[in-house]
Design a protein around this ligand. Structure first.
Ligand SMILES: NC(=O)c1ccc[n+]([C@@H]2O[C@H](COP(=O)([O-])OP(=O)(O)OC[C@H]3O[C@@H](n4cnc5c(N)ncnc54)[C@H](OP(=O)(O)O)[C@@H]3O)[C@@H](O)[C@H]2O)c1
Length: 328
């Protein structure tokens, strides 16, 4: 089968389209013929091996897992003998860390910390389904579980125009919040079009200095000190960090609970998104009801994953960038 492979850490230019062995499913695995995959910002540090933490996770000297891609949509081609949930011909989508930028991928059928697959509803195309998994699960868990979002709250999404942010804006609206999205000038219209009530251009205005306060801040683009965010929370407000710089992410994760000890504001990190079928079922209901729509900027063929990653890295993408592996 064909796959996009990297043998050493580096820029997208180290990626190569190669012929590699097609996997065969173990007894509890399904073999998926991949139709579409999508990029996530985390692919970039994993590819570059920077910050260093990414080498600790995927090999100090070189990448142990050498096919990137975590979001998959495709058709089950074969199943291991103990598999009960899926059968050949089923259309599925979900998360499986590594291995999506390839023609085939084996995944276990049940939830694991790093993977979860679910039947794809016919109403979603493979490209739409591939755009959903990590980004939408991260937005949902950040807002609902860690953020305890309530109807009528004022919610700010910092980083509203990207993969996670475009889902977060729509999911927050579904929960009945008044939503403010923060993004760059060029992407403001798109963020309004997906339902944001207010949009702030971070190139023109620092929302942490405006005096405005929010009941919940979901921070997908944490580049400021946690104390700045605390200032922008209303009484009993919650700040949840899901992304941004590694330093600020860990500041929120480890320092947030201490900062929260004084006063009635809670600050912290949502940690890493937890793939699971229950949340996919919840999200599928929102997609089928038309309450949330994946925002897909572009789709690239498998052979152009490097170009797609450059496009994402340059900050040009609005919403998600998808890889079409096999035409429907
Ligand atoms: N915790 C988890 O499990 C998890 C899961 C998925 C992603 N993440 C992390 O979440 C972050 C976002 O992921 P993504 O896939 O949504 O990335 P993305 O698609 O590249 O979006 C990044 C967003 O950040 C915005 N942004 C950049 N600089 C900003 C600034 N100074 N102020 C405010 N917004 C700014 C961008 O706005 P413009 O494009 O308008 O400039 C865009 O909306 C990444 O750090 C990623 O690693 C974490």
């Amino acid at each position: 089968m064909k796959a996009i492979v990297y043998e050493k850490y580096g820029s997208p230019d180290v990626l190569e389209l190669k012929e590699v062995e097609k996997p065969s499913p173990k007894e509890n695995e399904i073999l998926i013929k991949v139709h579409a995959a999508s990029l996530n910002r985390g692919d970039l540090p994993t590819l570059r091996g920077k910050p260093f933490l990414f080498r600790l996770m995927n090999g100090l000297r070189g990448p142990k897992h050498n096919i990137l891609g975590d979001d998959i949509a495709g058709t089950v081609e074969a199943v291991g003998r103990n598999v009960t949930q899926f059968q050949p011909g089923d259309e599925v989508f979900g998360i499986s860390y590594f291995g999506a930028f390839a023609e085939y991928r084996c995944v276990t059928e049940y939830n694991e910390p790093n993977q979860s697959m679910i039947l794809k509803p016919a109403s979603l195309s493979f490209e739409e389904a591939a755009a959903i998994p990590i980004a939408a699960i991260t937005a949902l868990q950040g807002l609902r579980d860690k953020g305890q979002i309530q109807s009528g709250q004022s919610v700010l999404i910092n980083g509203a125009s990207g993969g996670v942010g475009t889902f977060a804006v729509q999911i927050a609206k579904h929960f009945g919040a008044e939503v403010t999205g923060v993004c760059s000038t060029r992407k403001m219209d798109m963020v309004r079009s997906i339902g944001a009530d207010h949009v702030i251009d971070y190139l023109e205005e620092d929302f942490t200095k405006s005096g405005e306060q929010y009941d919940l801040i979901l921070d997908v683009a944490a580049y400021r000190s946690i104390f700045n965010y605390k200032r922008s929370l209303s009484s009993n407000g919650i700040y949840v960090c899901t992304g941004g710089s590694m330093g600020k992410f860990f500041q929120a994760m480890f320092f947030g609970p201490f900062v929260s000890l004084r006063g009635n504001k809670k600050l912290g990190s949502a940690g890493i998104a937890k793939p699971n079928q229950e949340d996919f079922l919840y999200l599928i209901e929102l997609f089928e009801a038309g309450k949330v729509v994946p925002v897909i900027d572009r789709s690239y063929p498998l052979s152009e994953v490097a170009e797609a990653l450059k496009y994402l890295e340059e900050g040009r993408a609005q919403g998600k960038v998808v890889i079409t592996v096999a035409k429907e």
